[in-house]
Ligand binder design. Structure first.
Ligand SMILES: [Zn+2]
Ligand SMILES: [Zn+2]
Length: 235
């Protein structure tokens, strides 16, 4: 299994970087280069992001992805020591559970993201780090992982919660992290495009998150909006 691979760090870096460059690169190319004029009426901020902002986003994103890649080594160490609930054969719990575990990870991650994000806004000590992400006044696909290294580490806090609590297969972790990357790129698209699979009442959209980058006391969620609705931070 790939969790025992000697080239794990390199594989991790390649996986995180390639996946991010693929999703953010395609989204940026389509909406900010190729179809820019065609979709301009859907652009939430009529100005284009300045080069200085994009350069900073690429630099901070590279650091975030390096931290994520290195964290895979810790995950493997915990796995090898037998501390985690990671299992190696899908048949152990069946395919039904395999898909359910992905859904559970998304729901857990959404709660973790909402509360850690809200806390980063409310505690001045933490906002010092989170304000790097808010340098992106004009969100675009390259803003998705533009975090201060401390925020990158905080964002990883969901991983131990998952792998110490719910039984997960490495492929399910892969699907979850791919979906997380894709959704993160989507909410930073900067366009009024609602890719809804649940409906606008429950799902967080690019428009909601764009508003968060402008008025930071609303819309702290990632995939869903129900935490924002419950806590009255939805706008
Ligand atoms: Zn953001
Ligand atoms: Zn924020």
């Amino acid at each position: 299994m790939f969790l025992n691979n000697d080239y794990t760090l390199l594989t991790g870096i390649l996986l995180f970087v390639l996946r991010y460059c693929l999703f953010a690169g395609i989204a940026f190319f389509v909406f900010y280069v190729w179809k820019k004029k065609e979709y301009i009426h859907l652009k939430l901020n009529q100005k284009q992001p300045v080069i200085r902002q994009i350069k900073s986003e690429l630099l901070y994103s590279a650091t975030t992805l390096l931290i994520y890649s290195v964290s895979v080594l810790l995950l493997i160490y915990w796995y090898q020591m037998g501390y985690t609930t990671i299992y190696s054969k899908i048949e152990t719990y069946g395919y039904g559970y395999f898909f359910l575990s992905i859904l559970m990870m998304v729901v857990l991650h959404d709660a973790y993201f909402y509360w850690s994000h809200k806390l980063m806004h409310q505690l001045p000590f933490l906002f010092r780090f989170h304000k790097i992400h808010h340098f992106s006044h004009n969100p675009n696909p390259w803003s998705a992982f533009s975090f201060h290294p401390i925020e990158a580490i905080i964002s990883l806090g969901i991983i131990p919660i998952i792998i110490f609590i719910i039984p997960v297969h490495p492929y399910a972790l892969f699907v979850f992290s791919t979906f997380m990357t894709l959704y993160n790129v989507y909410i930073h698209l900067g366009y009024k495009l609602n890719f809804l699979f649940l409906g606008s009442l429950t799902q967080n959209t690019a428009e909601n998150h764009d508003l968060h980058h402008r008025v930071s006391k609303y819309n702290y969620g990632l995939y869903f909006s129900f935490w924002d609705r419950i806590m009255k931070t939805y706008k």
